[in-house]
Design a protein around this ligand. Structure first.
Ligand code: PRP
Length: 187
């Protein structure tokens, strides 16, 4: 997995630069600050891909808010989403009566967020919304759209800023498209 030429050498091209991401996250933070003024929203980070987006988004929110974390599995080792979403780590706090925003890095088939919103909806939050940095609507298999989203992306293998391939590339500060030879067997 480790490419001795360096991490960046595996990237075919930069899809979204650090500057573009920063500007968009600032916009989303401003919108959430405005919409949730005085509501002390609970932002729930879905580990692990959402971590960089979550951290940057929270810093752009200018009013009281709280954080919690969940871990779910949708993709195992491969590249396709499974129908069943397993909760690996649940939130620590009750969401009853709270204004909850689920924070995700990407909505692909929509399967993960579809399951999560159904599950969290049963816990009687005052409101439940989704903030997702990237949206790949071409891949959607269920009817769900993020309430706040950053960018619509093409159906390419995107990594960086939290998004991984086999757990690598999450630490890239930008979002790039992976070279196909990295994830296909080239003899
Ligand atoms: C990614 C992403 C979403 C999900 C989106 O998570 O963070 O949770 O896939 O795909 P879907 O819309 O098809 O359900 P992944 O399972 O790769 O885990 P990670 O966040 O740890 O990278």
């Amino acid at each position: 997995m480790i490419n001795k030429m360096g991490l960046e050498n595996d990237i075919q091209y930069v899809l979204l630069s650090e500057e573009q991401i920063k500007a968009k996250v600032r916009e989303l933070g401003a919108a959430i600050s405005r919409d949730y003024a005085g509501k002390n929203p609970l932002l729930v980070c879905i580990l692990r891909g959402a971590v960089p987006f979550f951290a940057d988004l929270c810093k752009e929110i200018t009013d009281y808010m709280e954080m919690d974390f969940m871990a779910v599995s949708s993709y195992e080792d491969g590249m396709t989403s499974h129908g069943i979403v397993r909760i690996k780590k649940d939130m620590d706090k009750s969401i009853e009566g709270r204004h909850v925003i689920i924070v995700e890095d990407i909505m692909d088939s929509g399967n993960t967020l579809n399951h999560l919103t159904r599950l969290l909806g049963t816990r009687n939050p005052a409101s439940l919304k989704i903030a997702c940095l990237l949206d790949k609507p071409e891949r959607r298999t269920c009817e769900i759209t993020p309430d706040y989203f950053g960018f619509i992306v093409p159906d390419e293998f995107v990594v960086g800023y939290g998004l991984d391939y086999a757990e690598a590339y999450r630490n890239l500060p930008y979002i790039g498209v992976l070279k196909p030879e990295v994830y296909t067997d080239v003899k």
